[in-house]
Ligand binder design. Structure first.
Ligand code: 5AD
Ligand code: SF4
Length: 476
């Protein structure tokens, strides 16, 4: 019998990419592929790539460079580049890395199994790309970016009881720094019936937590005749799927955080009160240069709306870009002030990275030095970390419900008494990370944990025994 093909896949970037990889792996496993742990053991190597910052691309090009030798010694090995960098750099990838066989954009992933087969049997280099944003009529561009959600294989997820569920692809916001509208195409919502069916499949497979994915997930809308479904409607429908215990959704756009949506979050017990709503900058002038479409006052109003609807149950997190084109010290300090004012659960902070093909790259000079970007990044992070720690300290002495995900990074699996407790990690309903000692059998269960210590990023606790749960105050 012929030995099965062996696939090695490396994924960088956002949750959308993780989901794309899951789908591609599942489709190749259906064709008999097995997974390999290293490029050396594989006959097919795929890189699922990210273009949001230059550093991510550099890493991929270096990793590709390291495969040159491998391909020379084993010319039958198929090497493919998929994802956002494939769509952005297109055939240039063949010039930079002539030993690459496939370049496949995120809107063409359904072609991967056949293209691998073609490269293997016919040789040659093959590209499958979607249309650019100016390459035709909107409907043709939309059609060329396909969602790819054909198969759900629970064995493909790190934790089978948690899954991403795509509800939207693409983005129409065109923030001036961002490449995503170019690589992932126009915003398109998936039909609610498809989403609901997929949620039911996931639940039948034992999935307890779904995270709905979209670039601006709360802008989701799907029109069918005169009926429009929005995210709030979708959440209402998903709430009734038996087996699903938690529903999260990322990433949100501040302007579309409507009262209706927040009311749904408040009224639906399965929906997590965790909201990731990137502010990007605390300065109106910078927000304008970024073309974010809102002001600091709009964001404040949104925060107030969240406070009025969800109260202290809500956990808000944000993204910031420091050192954007022309950012003055005062403009940067305005971001520091907003972090202090909004007291985010956590923030992801990025140094501005110029992306060819974006408006900022065409019209605004990238004039803040790397050193200044680095200093601002560290400063903002230090302020945020203190706030995160204070926020976590408030949980001391409380009990929280934790969905146990698995051994923590620190768990020493080799050096433990047989079947004894290990350090486990999980998350609260509002997305706080909790570590505690427990038996591995707890993985996949939602259990109460008493919190006795806290750092900026982690709550530390112990399993609450049945007798002690009489007075549970579960805030999370
Ligand atoms: N440079 C730095 N950060 C960026 N982001 C998006 N584009 C860029 C860029 N060109 C950040 C934003 C976004 C997050 C996913 O990545 O903060 O919210
Ligand atoms: Fe990029 Fe802005 Fe769209 Fe987010 S909303 S994906 S930052 S263009």
């Amino acid at each position: 019998m012929k030995a099965p093909h062996r696939l090695y896949i490396e994924t960088v970037g956002c949750q959308m990419n993780m989901l794309d990889s899951e789908m591609v792996v599942a489709s190749l496993r259906q064709r008999g592929y097995e997974l390999a742990n290293s490029p050396g053991q594989a006959d097919t190597i795929l890189f699922n790539t990210c273009s949001v910052r230059e550093q991510a691309e550099n890493k991929t090009y270096s990793a590709l460079g390291r495969l040159k030798q491998e391909k020379q010694s084993n010319p039958d090995k198929i090497i493919g580049v998929m994802g956002c960098m494939a769509q952005k750099d297109q055939r240039m990838i063949f010039q930079k890395a002539p030993f690459v066989d496939l370049v496949v954009g995120p809107g063409q992933l359904q072609q991967i199994p056949d293209l691998i087969e073609k490269a293997r049997t016919e040789g040659g280099q093959h590209a499958a790309l979607s249309l650019g944003r100016r390459d035709g009529a909107v409907k043709d561009i939309k059609r060329s970016h396909e969602t790819y959600d054909p198969l759900r294989d629970p064995t493909m997820r790190p934790t089978p009881f948690q899954a991403f569920l795509r509800i939207q692809i693409g983005c129409d916001k065109f923030c001036t720094y961002c490449i995503v509208p170019m690589t992932r195409g126009p915003e398109q919502g998936r039909p609610p019936s498809q989403i609901l069916d997929e949620a039911k499949i996931l639940a039948d497979q034992g999935c307890k937590e779904i995270t709905l994915l979209g670039q601006t997930v709360n802008s989701y809308r799907f029109r069918d005749g005169d009926q429009t479904t929005r995210l709030a409607d979708l959440l209402n429908q998903l709430e009734s799927v038996d087996g699903i215990e938690r529903i999260k959704f990322v990433t949100n756009y501040p302007k579309d955080m409507t009262y209706d949506l927040l009311s749904a979050v408040r009224d639906l017990p399965k929906v997590s009160p965790y909201l990731h709503v990137p502010l990007q900058s605390g300065s109106d002038a910078v927000l304008k240069r970024m073309k974010r479409g809102y002001t600091v006052a709009d964001y404040r109003e949104m925060m107030q709306r969240i406070d009025e609807t969800l109260g202290e149950k809500a956990a808000i997190s944000s993204d910031f870009i420091v050192g954007f084109c022309g950012e003055t010290e005062d403009e940067f300090q305005a971001s520091v002030e907003m972090v202090k004012e909004c007291r985010f659960k956590n923030s992801f902070i990025f140094k501005y990275s110029e992306r060819p093909g974006t408006r900022a790259s065409d019209h605004l000079p990238d004039d803040i030095s790397f050193e200044v970007k680095k200093r601002r990044n560290n400063e903002l992070l230090a302020v945020q970390n203190q706030i995160s720690e204070d926020g976590n300290q408030a949980f001391l002495g409380r009990h929280v419900d934790v969905l146990v995900e698995g051994p923590s990074k620190k768990a020493d699996l080799d050096d433990r008494p047989s079947r004894g407790p290990i350090q486990l990690t999980g998350r609260t309903h509002c997305d706080r990370i909790v570590v505690f000692d427990g038996n591995e059998r707890l993985v996949g269960q939602t259990i109460p944990i008493g919190i006795y210590d806290a750092t900026a990023h982690t709550l530390i606790g112990t399993v609450v025994t049945q007798e002690a749960t009489g007075e549970i105050v579960s805030l999370a």
